[in-house]
Design a protein around this ligand. Structure first.
Ligand SMILES: [Zn+2]
Length: 374
C-alpha cells in the first residue's frame, strides 16, 4: 500500500512513455523512425529501447527490406509484459478490469455486490479479486498491483476515505478496505480516475473537465495532463454545485445540488433497476420516461454550461449514462447552444472512450503510469 503525499494522477510525458505510445500506435518501428518522429537523437532512442528490452517491455521483431547494407530492425512492444487490475466500488456493484500496459481492457466483470462497511465486505472484495486473477490465469509475476476507485473524497495523506455519501461512509481508514488485498494497492476518487483514463487515451487533449454521471455526480479537472485536486481534494465535485436555489434534496443533505437533478436515480426513480431498463422503456415509447429525460437534459445543460463558463475547456461526459447520452446528443447540444452566452459551438463536448469502465481503468492505469515512469 502506497500512500503518497503528492498527487500521482498525472499522465507523465516522459520520452520513455512517448516511445511506448508511438510503438503502441504504429505497431512496430525502426529506431531511426522513432528518432525522427519524436525529434529525439538516435543515442537517446537506443538507450530507452535498451531499458525497455531489459524490462521485458519491448522486443526486436523482424527486419525491413533494405536497399543495401544492414537491414533495419523493427522494435515492437510487448503489451502484456505487465498487467494491472482496476476495481471500482459502488453502492451495489463491484467492477473489475484487467488491463495491459497500453491500457487495453483484456477482461471485464461487473458483479452485483452491495457495499457494507464491514469486515465481511472487505474480505469478500479481496476474494473477488483473487478469483478474478485466477479466472484469467494471471501470472502474479506480471501483476503490477490493484487500483481501486471509490465514489468519494480520498485523503491519501491522512489514509482515510473521508466522505462517500452514496456508500454512507465517513472517515473510513483506507487500510480497512485494502487489508485483504495482498498486492500493491493504489486508491483514488472514481471521477478523478475516470478523467485520468480518458485523458490518457486522448493524445491531443491536455486540459479537460470530466463530468461523471452515475448515481452520484462528480467530475475531475485536468490541467496540463494532471488532475487538479484542490485544497481539500474536493475539486470537481460538480454534483454539489447549486443549480436551483432551495431546490430538490440532495444526498449530501443540502438542497438544489446538480446531483439532485442529474443523478441517474432521477431517471430510474425507483421504477427501474438501472439506466439500461430506463432507456429501453424510452425505446418502447414510454411517454413519461421521455418527458423525464427531457427535464433531465434541461438541467444537465445548465450544469454543463456552468462548467464550460468556468473552465472554457473541452468537457468529457462519462459514467453509466454516456452510452445512452450519445443517442440524445443533438437534444443536449441544442440546449447547450441556446444557453451559451458567447455562441460557442458545442464541439467542446465529448463522450467518454472507456464508458462505464473508465474509473476502473483509471485505477488500473495508476499502477501502469507509475511503472512506466521508472
Ligand atoms: Zn449535494
Amino acid at each position: 500500500m502506497i500512500e503518497k503525499g503528492t498527487n500521482n494522477l498525472q499522465v507523465r510525458n516522459t520520452n520513455k512513455k512517448r516511445i511506448i505510445n508511438l510503438l503502441y500506435h504504429k505497431n512496430g518501428m525502426t529506431k531511426q523512425d522513432i528518432a525522427q518522429t519524436l525529434g529525439l537523437s538516435l543515442p537517446t532512442v537506443s538507450q530507452i529501447l535498451k531499458e525497455l528490452f531489459e524490462h521485458g517491455l519491448a522486443k526486436e521483431g523482424g527486419t525491413l527490406a533494405s536497399s543495401g547494407g544492414r537491414k533495419p530492425v523493427i522494435n515492437t512492444l510487448i503489451y502484456d509484459a505487465k498487467l494491472s487490475v482496476g476495481v471500482e466500488i459502488t453502492q451495489n456493484h463491484i467492477r473489475l478490469v484487467l488491463i495491459d500496459l497500453a491500457g487495453n481492457v483484456l477482461y471485464h466483470r461487473r458483479l452485483r455486490e452491495h457495499f457494507t462497511n464491514s469486515e465481511e465486505y472487505f474480505k469478500r472484495t479481496g476474494k473477488l479479486i483473487e478469483q478474478f486473477l485466477s479466472e484469467n490465469y494471471v501470472d502474479k509475476n506480471k501483476l503490477l498491483g490493484v487500483g481501486i476507485a471509490v465514489p468519494g473524497i480520498v485523503q491519501k495523506q491522512k489514509g482515510i476515505l473521508e466522505f462517500m455519501p452514496t456508500l454512507g461512509v465517513k472517515n473510513l481508514p483506507i487500510k480497512m478496505l485494502t487489508q485483504y488485498i495482498p498486492y500493491h494497492v493504489e486508491i483514488d476518487n472514481e471521477a478523478n480516475l475516470a478523467g485520468f483514463a480518458e485523458i490518457w487515451s486522448m493524445e491531443y487533449l491536455n486540459d479537460a473537465v470530466f463530468l461523471s454521471l452515475n448515481k452520484g455526480v462528480g467530475g475531475a479537472i485536468m490541467v496540463n495532463d494532471k488532475v487538479y485536486n484542490g485544497f481539500n481534494c474536493r475539486a470537481g465535485e460538480f454534483g454539489h454545485m447549486t443549480i436551483v436555489k432551495d431546490g430538490k434534496k440532495c444526498t449530501c443533505g443540502k438542497n438544489g445540488c446538480f446531483e439532485a437533478y442529474c443523478s441517474t436515480n432521477v431517471l430510474t426513480n425507483n421504477e427501474f433497476t438501472d439506466v439500461d431498463d430506463f432507456f429501453s422503456a424510452i425505446d418502447k415509447g414510454n411517454k413519461q420516461c421521455i418527458k423525464r429525460l427531457e427535464t433531465y437534459l434541461d438541467y444537465l445543460a445548465v450544469g454543463i454550461n456552468n462548467i464550460r463558463m468556468i473552465f472554457d475547456t473541452d468537457i468529457i461526459i462519462g459514467g453509466d449514462i454516456d452510452q445512452y447520452i450519445e443517442k440524445y446528443i443533438d437534444q443536449l447540444t441544442k440546449r447547450l447552444y441556446d444557453r451559451n452566452s458567447f455562441g460557442d459551438e458545442t464541439n467542446y463536448l465529448h463522450i467518454s472512450k472507456y464508458g462505464g469502465m473508465a474509473s476502473a481503468v483509471g485505477a488500473a492505469l495508476l499502477l501502469v503510469d507509475n511503472f512506466l515512469d521508472i
